[in-house]
Design a binder for this molecule. Structure first.
Ligand code: BGC
Length: 763
């Protein structure tokens, strides 16, 4: 039977059941067509299949699987083949576990380094995020496993994520926030897209027809189905009309009733419902055909190790690395033993095994003495721990100092409030540096941190969160078995005060105003002439490379360019370099970043080897989004094309001239000064205002302000709070921080009794 025939035979009841999950992790089957329920689970850097009690926040353990490097590290590979191999390996584990969809990749833009969930995302740059996401999708989908590109869209902070309203001008949406999704959809055709929790310009993503139908399906040609993030459903009828096919988790009998009523009273046409149903059936038909295929867990561990090793970013090296074979070292830092290799929340994997740094150094034959220096759980130190560390460092050739953020500092569900490493770790670092020891610092964190010691250490390797093989990958780079080639996929600012959205990020306001518009990441730092700690695209190697001979031939009418550049390995070791091409308009009539990443490629060269590499730049590399014409347009004038190895280490640009529009429409502003925010919108700012009533979208904190709310919900919330406090681990911390910002409609996901009470209150 084909899709049409199956749908035509389904009863209304069957259709209403199908558009919500069967439970937390399954889609409904279609009994009348003999189609079974299929399973979908998190992602994105491994498989989190829960065999025990279901929850969606990484609380209960899942079946063991390989924990690959989270996106924060994988992006630093700047290597699409790495993301593709990881996608493929995860798909193999999905097949083995009978899972049809992996919930990832996450391609949201890192608007601020403080977003608690940045470890699950790739970059501050839309091209890099989109390309890495597309590669992951290709890897998984070629084996028939569906992916779910998330979180669509403008979900760039964790604070109040289920109720916040991202107020973003359309140009910033199109050029920055939607762009990685567009690339991934057009280039890799994911089977599904997951809508975000938040509103965009006053409309919840789940019921945003402009987003899900006009842009995603009609403009980009998306042919798969859209599901909600867990608990993101607001109004089921509006969502069907918007093109939202699957509500997760399920079942959702109340919403099914709403849809039934709408069909009966004619406000929703059966054809509209059938469109959703057909898209779901068509996926299930594909899923049941997936063939078993053998795979090896040890080989996946190796894939994880290689992915991590080719992504670690060497930020400083003053002849301290690689380690010398006969050197005597001290290893200081409890994280060397209790390695932090992934973040908390729905992406948390239960790995088969974890390589820590100590065991990996043992295996590599490195001679060292270890002292913890601080507690890995809290980052606190003490005079005894520091004394012990100084003692271990005495007489050694160098100290390998392992620092990082404890779990409690960053997680899904809340954002960081500062960029500092824990005080105790910094104290240990200062003491070691002051003792005159040669310090090789390693930092494990899901996002940039301030590195006050960066100019005082002999080497600095930023490890991000590296997955289960992180320890071995770090040892590979330290010993020189692998020559580092990771490059930052995001800027490291000098201070939190430099972050472009510092004043309008994760505030207590429900309206999150994206006042910096298109000036995100290096687009801002370069345009505003801000000093940075480490620029976008930066990373060192144990060899050196030189770029030369940048040549460009441009087609000014069709707005394309062929670019070539010679790359030479000028050092004594083989290694890989990431060649980055940027374009920027010399003098635009509207506001524009100085330059934007247009293409990149990682190439491997032996010592002394040289290669000319070429890039084809398409129209998008020169265009901006014109809000007047509603299209990407090329402005006439001169553009510079740069080639280099970071956004701030470039050969002098080659100018090309493009013919295009002479009257671009867009904001005009002085360099470094944000545009007038209100003027970026055609009408009044799309803010949401609170009318004081209690409804499904009212946050729990607000419902508890009313006497009735307190009476109905107070005891339940206190009980929940006590239970979480007693639990006391990082997932409990995450739930606690999310609890009060949670809308009433979502409370049932945490406790069925609370759900009944909430419904009664709303009704
Ligand atoms: C997260 C999603 C995740 C889902 C299911 C949500 O809380 O935002 O990324 O896929 O839960 O666990």
């Amino acid at each position: 039977m084909d899709v049409q025939e199956i749908v035509s035979r389904m009863s209304l009841d069957e259709k209403l059941r199908l558009i919500a999950g069967k439970d937390y992790w399954h889609m409904e089957g279609v009994e009348s067509a003999g189609l079974p329920p299929v399973m979908l689970t998190d992602g994105p850097h491994g498989l989190r299949k829960q065999a025990e009690a279901a929850d969606h926040l990484g609380i209960n353990k899942s079946v063991p699987s390989t924990c690959f490097p989270p996106a924060c590290l994988m992006a630093s590979s700047w290597d699409e083949s790495v993301a593709e191999s990881v996608g493929e390996a995860i798909a193999e584990e999905c097949i083995g576990e009978g899972v049809s969809i992996v919930l990832g990749p996450g391609v949201n833009i890192k608007r601020s380094p403080l977003c608690g969930r940045n470890f699950e995302y790739y970059s501050e740059d839309p091209l890099l995020a989109g390309k890495m996401g597309a590669a992951f999708i290709r890897g998984a989908e070629k084996l028939g496993i569906g992916t779910s590109l998330k979180h669509f869209a403008a979900n760039n902070q964790e604070k109040a994520r289920m109720i916040s309203n991202s107020v973003v001008d359309e140009r910033a949406l199109r050029e920055i926030y939607l762009r990685p999704f567009e690339i991934a959809v057009k280039e890799a055709e994911p089977a599904t897209v997951m809508c975000s929790y938040n509103m965009i310009n006053g409309v919840y993503s789940a019921e945003n027809r402009w987003l899900l139908t006009d842009v995603l399906r009609k403009e980009w040609g998306f042919g798969g189905f859209v599901m909600t993030d867990w608990g993101a459903m607001t109004d089921r009828v509006k969502a069907v009309k918007a093109g939202l096919d699957l509500e997760m988790p399920g079942p959702a009998p109340h919403n099914a009733e709403e849809v039934r009523k709408a069909i009966e009273n004619g406000t929703l046409a059966m054809e509209e419902l059938d469109e959703c149903v057909s898209r779901l059936v068509s996926f299930i038909l594909r899923a049941v055909k997936v063939q078993q295929r053998p795979y090896s867990i040890p080989l996946h561990h190796e894939t994880a190790r290689k992915a991590a090793a080719s992504s670690l970013v060497l930020l400083e090296n003053h002849s301290a690395l690689p380690l010398s074979a006969d050197g005597k070292y001290a290893v200081i830092g409890s994280l060397a033993e209790h390695i932090r290799y992934q973040g908390a929340g729905s992406s948390k994997i239960n790995p088969h095994k974890v390589d820590n740094i100590l065991s990996a150094l043992d295996e590599a034959g490195v001679s060292y003495e270890y002292a913890p220096g601080y507690s890995s759980a809290t980052g606190e130190s003490s005079s005894e721990l520091i004394e012990e560390a100084l003692k271990a460092a005495e007489g050694k050739d160098a100290v390998i100092l392992v620092l990082g953020l404890p779990d409690s500092y960053e997680s899904e569900g809340f954002d960081r409030t500062h960029m500092n490493l824990p005080e105790g770790e910094l104290e240990a670092a200062s003491a070691l540096i002051a003792s005159g020891a040669k310090v090789i610092a390693l930092v494990m964190a899901g996002a940039p941190v301030l590195l006050p010691f960066r100019k005082e250490v002999s080497a600095l390797l930023f490890c991000y969160l590296g997955g289960e093989a992180a320890g071995s990958a770090v040892a590979d780079v330290l010993t020189g078995r692998v020559n580092p080639s990771g490059k930052l996929a995001e800027t490291f600012p000098v201070s939190e005060n430099d972050i472009p959205c510092r004043e309008c990020f994760a505030t207590s306001e429900r309206n999150v105003e994206y006042r910096e518009s298109i000036f995100v990441g290096y687009r801002y730092y370069d345009w505003a002439g801000k000093e940075v700690a480490y620029p976008f695209g930066y990373g060192l190697s144990y060899t050196t490379f030189s770029l030369s001979g940048l040549a460009v031939s441009a087609d000014s009418v069709h707005h394309t360019a062929e670019v070539s550049v010679r790359v030479r390995n000028t050092g004594k070791r083989s290694g890989s370099e990431v060649v980055q091409i940027y374009t920027g308009m010399t003098s635009s009539r509207i506001m524009r970043p100085l330059r934007e990443l247009a293409a990149f490629r990682k190439i491997h060269l032996d010592a002394g080897e040289e290669q000319v590499i070429t890039f084809s730049l398409g129209e998008r590399c020169f265009s901006y989004y014109d809000t007047e014409t509603g299209k990407f347009e090329v402005e006439s004038g001169e553009y510079m094309i740069y080639a280099g190895v970071s956004s701030r280490d470039l050969l002098s640009g080659v100018p090309v001239v493009m013919e295009g529009t002479d009257s671009p429409s867009g904001a005009v502003t002085e360099r470094g000064v944000f545009p007038d925010f209100e003027k970026l919108f055609s009408g009044p700012l799309p803010l949401i205002r609170d009318d004081g009533s209690i409804n499904a979208n009212t946050p729990l904190s607000q419902a508890l302000e009313s006497e009735r709310g307190r009476r109905v919900l107070g005891p339940l919330v206190s009980a929940l709070e006590q239970a979480l406090e007693a639990q006391g681990d990082d997932s409990a911390r995450m739930m606690l921080s999310m609890l009060y910002d949670m809308p009433l409609r979502a409370v049932w996901m945490f406790s069925p009794q609370a759900g009944d009470a909430v419904r009664a209150l709303i009704e």
